[in-house]
Ligand binder design. Structure first.
Ligand code: CS2
Length: 495
């Protein structure tokens, strides 16, 4: 058996390692949602700042649900390997910026202690779309059992909202300046969205706290980007062989990374801009471009890939029909982006095409397929509605919504049961079991997911989705593509 990666064993590993005194680092950031994405992205940027001598920005990593990350990393002193992979090979880097790990359900008091520590000046979040607990109309889901719990038990919260509100209340009472809240999830206007939800939550506690959150706390928005497939046992075994040490949870990623942040940090921040982070006044145009072109295409590739039998993004993207579809999807989405922001979508999509073709990543279509009801509004539905509003058709965008519904319905049939998951699964299973006419099903899914609520173009969009769904039912992705003129074999010449 190999020894495990730790402060004691790290010195001679064949990888880049932290070249700073980790014992001298003090905590400055609490991160909620310490999953693989955070470890491949924000933690790597912070690691560079620590190596540059900014020793007061160590990270306290918090899991809001499972103990798995803490169990894996605590015996390793918070160290883990980042494996940066493409067809040219693999670079290993051991990241040292996570100093300690907490599991909220085990000890919410310890999380509140970290959040109220005056040294904590930034709280970052990657908790995934569904953990923002928005109702179908986008407002806070105040009837959610965890929100109800947190309002009744402010000293032992379960949700990010409960932790942030209680910590901000305690800091305010103690006269400790507020931390800055930096949302790093794939939501539109993510900082402003979280700010709005937290004010709504605080209002349910008391008006003074709501005013404090509204006026005294900064919520800059940010756009984060790095593709991070889930780590497999084969990755663990390979990394252990390369390192000569066991690493219970290495993280796989691509060479590309991008972070664009609105520069509003009243309590200070690391000098991220030295390491490639773009600090801006308004992240909106970057966010729209990323959500609609990268994430929108990702969701399309995921559902169409699953329905066409492709397990990974690179294989799906190598399928000529899917490739052609994605090019057309981009052509539909691009006119919906802000035109005067100085961002050029064409080199951007060319680079995306290369990133999606990275065969060294094995990014699973089933991974991206999770939580479609939470992801599609900002990735697909928003661009489809924007097109309809300006008299343009959303034929390809609407196909992604239909492919999501078809893939959900295919689980337990052509796709394994539980192949991917969605917060709406129980309601969807119930709906599919009723065998309603396709248009009725499409409309019911829009209701459940809150797609295009109250929008004047809602019925037209549902019409497009229903037409595609009929094609999926009658002839699978082949027929759905053929109806768009994709994948038609050129006529054969007589021999
Ligand atoms: C993906 C994203 O799983 C998904 O839904 O689209 O996680 C994507 O890989 C990242 O946003 C890339 O930055």
């Amino acid at each position: 058996m190999k020894k495990c990666l730790s402060n004691l064993t790290i010195a001679n590993v064949p990888a880049a390692i932290p070249r700073y005194d980790r014992r001298a680092v003090t905590p400055g950031i609490v991160h909620l949602g310490v999953g693989a994405f955070h470890r491949a992205h924000q933690a790597a940027y912070v690691d560079a700042c620590l190596a540059d001598g900014e020793s007061d920005w160590g990270i306290v990593g918090v899991s809001l649900r499972s103990p798995d990350t803490r169990d894996a990393l605590e015996p390793q002193d918070g160290l883990y390997t980042l494996a940066i992979r493409d067809s040219a090979g693999e670079q290993l880097q051991v990241i040292g910026s996570i100093q300690s790990l907490l599991v909220a359900p085990e000890d919410p008091g310890a999380v509140l202690a970290a959040l109220t520590d005056p040294r904590t000046r930034i709280v970052t979040l990657t908790i995934t779309e569904k953990a923002y607990l928005r109702a179908a109309d986008g407002t806070l889901d105040s009837a959610h059992p965890d929100i109800v719990h947190d309002l009744a038990n402010p000293g032992s919260p379960k949700t990010a909202h409960g932790f942030l509100a209680e910590a901000l209340a305690r800091r305010s009472i103690a006269g400790t300046p507020s931390f800055t809240v930096l949302c790093c999830d794939n939501l539109p206007a993510n900082g402003a969205t979280l700010h709005r939800l937290l004010i709504e939550f605080a209002k349910l506690r008391d008006a003074d706290l709501a005013r404090h959150v509204a006026n005294e706390v900064a919520f800059p928005s940010s756009m984060v980007d790095r593709i991070v497939p889930a780590t497999t046992d084969a990755d663990r075994a390979r990394i252990a062989d390369e390192l000569g040490l066991d690493d219970a949870w290495p993280v796989m990623t691509e060479p590309f990374r991008q972070w664009v942040i609105e520069d509003r940090f009243p309590a200070g921040r690391p000098a991220w801009e030295k390491f490639g982070v773009t600090m801006v006044e308004d992240v909106g145009p970057f966010e729209d471009m990323k959500l609609r072109l990268l994430n929108g295409a990702h969701s399309g590739i995921a559902y169409l890939g699953l329905l066409s039998g492709h397990a990974t993004v690179d294989r799906a993207f190598a399928d000529p029909a899917i490739r052609q579809f994605v090019d057309r999807l981009w052509a539909e989405a691009i006119p919906t982006l802000p035109q005067d922001a100085g961002l050029d979508p064409f080199p951007y999509t060319a680079e995306l095409a290369q990133r999606f073709s990275n065969t060294a990543l094995a990014h699973r279509t089933a991974q991206i397929a999770n939580d479609g009801s939470q992801k599609l509004p900002q990735r697909i539905v928003a661009s489809a509605l924007a097109r309809l509003e300006t008299g343009l058709l959303p034929e390809h965008l609407s196909l992604v919504v239909a492919a999501w519904i078809a893939a959900c319905a295919a689980r337990g049939g052509n796709l394994p049961q539980g192949h991917f998951a969605d917060p709406l699964d129980a309601a969807l299973a119930d709906l599919f079991g009723r065998n309603l006419p396709t248009a009725t099903t499409a409309e019911a899914v829009f209701d459940l997911a809150g797609f295009a609520i109250g929008h004047t173009e809602r019925q037209r969009l549902i019409g497009f989705v229903a037409t595609h769904l009929v094609h999926f039912k009658q002839g699978g992705p082949k027929l759905a593509f053929a109806a768009l003129g994709i994948g038609n074999e050129p006529p054969r010449l007589a021999e």
